[in-house]
Design a protein around this ligand. Sequence first.
Ligand code: CU
Length: 157
Amino acid sequence: MRVTSMVAGLAIVLAACGGEKKPENQTTAAPEQPAAAPAAAPAAGGGANHDVTMTLTGSTYKFDPSDLTIKAGDKITFHNKTGGPHNVSFWADSIPAGAADVLKKNMPDQMAPLEGPLLTEPEGTYVVSFAGAPTGEYKFYCLPHLALGMHGKITVQ
Ligand SMILES: [Cu+2]
């Protein structure tokens, strides 16, 4: 009788200990990794990524696409392809109210407010997050090639 109750007590203790452990081995279900997508940056932060190239084709400097629609929370990866250095600058008077403060936080290494750094490296990239960005139209340009018509528009929905 005594032995039985001791065993029963032990079982309860063990059960209690086991109950404290929360399942931490949920990493066994590996997240899907796109194996063959070198250009697609992992979507850290949850938003989708959009790729925009910066090129010189013939005598035309351009962002491609130069007109794109994204969702708030998405990000854009600008790729320096040809004709650089290029950069990404936003016109302070051609973005929605409140957007400047968001972009100033979300644009790394600004040369001046809303002015991204010059990308001199071939295949260099510059990522602008639109996390917390107000909806509306954002007009942007490449500082070195503005006079040559290198600009574009982002619509955040
Ligand atoms: Cu440019």
